[in-house]
Design a protein around this ligand. Structure first.
Ligand SMILES: [Zn+2]
Length: 235
């Protein structure tokens, strides 16, 4: 089983690892810094290095509970000792966007009662879907401004595990992620101090200041009560 190092330390940019299995271009490591696509967060990219050989990581996903890395060429073999290097610029943007999304979702929930029914981080924007009858652009602009004021403060973000029952008692703990399968007995909580607590497996920045600033991009009506909005980090 792979040790998912990013769950504890989302700032790890490199690590040493041993290959557990290699199926052509699909590699499983004993430990990894590469986040596998899931929970609305895209996969990490980067590089796996063995001595003088470089393999580009083009995709990372979870298959049958295992984190599998797709590299650009075959040649890696079980028991190979490798060094992993993350495409940090890509990941750090996603961390900032992810923490921004939690902050905004929390403000939205508190101000309007709307829950996010679908969300997707992309490298250049974030998508939110939610159900709300009376909603307009100005309302959303106002929520973004509130979030931006929080991003000017020094509010810490931390993550930890809690027993499922205890976690699910917290109001608003599942605002974005949907249902958790019953076999999960401990939930990972991402807490933005005084702002939000959310069950989540993604990678985040450790202080709201790191987010920077976000801006509204566009809104779409996807049917009665069904709204879709996009926002992004200010470049
Ligand atoms: Zn999340």
């Amino acid at each position: 089983m792979t040790q998912a190092l990013f769950l504890d330390d989302s700032y790890l940019k490199e690590c040493d690892a041993t290959i557990l299995s290699a199926n052509d271009k699909y590699i499983v490591l004993d430990r990894t810094i590469f986040y596998p696509k899931g929970g609305g967060q895209p996969h990490d990219m980067g590089r796996i290095i063995r001595a003088n050989d470089k393999f580009e990581v083009v995709y990372s996903g979870k298959f049958s509970g295992e984190i599998s890395h797709e590299v650009d060429q075959s040649g890696l073999a079980p028991n190979d000792k490798v060094h992993c290097i993350l495409d940090w610029d890509r990941r750090y943007r996603l961390m900032r966007s992810h923490t921004a999304a939690h902050t905004l979702a929390s403000i939205m929930w508190k101000d309007t009662g709307a829950l996010i029914t679908g969300n997707q981080l992309e490298i250049d924007k974030v998508r939110f879907d939610f159900n709300l009858e009376n909603f307009d652009r100005e309302t959303f602009q106002g929520l973004i401004e509130k979030a931006n004021r929080l991003f000017e403060t020094d509010i810490p973000v931390r993550w930890y595990e809690l027993p499922r029952d205890e976690a699910l008692k917290m109001p608003g703990i599942v605002k974005m992620a949907g249902a958790f399968p019953p076999e999960i007995t401990r939930l990972r909580i991402v807490e933005i101090e005084g702002v939000d607590r959310q069950a989540d497996g993604g990678t985040h920045v450790k202080n709201l200041k790191e987010v920077g600033k976000i801006e509204f991009l566009k809104a779409e009506n996807k049917g009665k009560n069904n709204r879709r909005v996009y926002f992004r980090l200010v470049p």
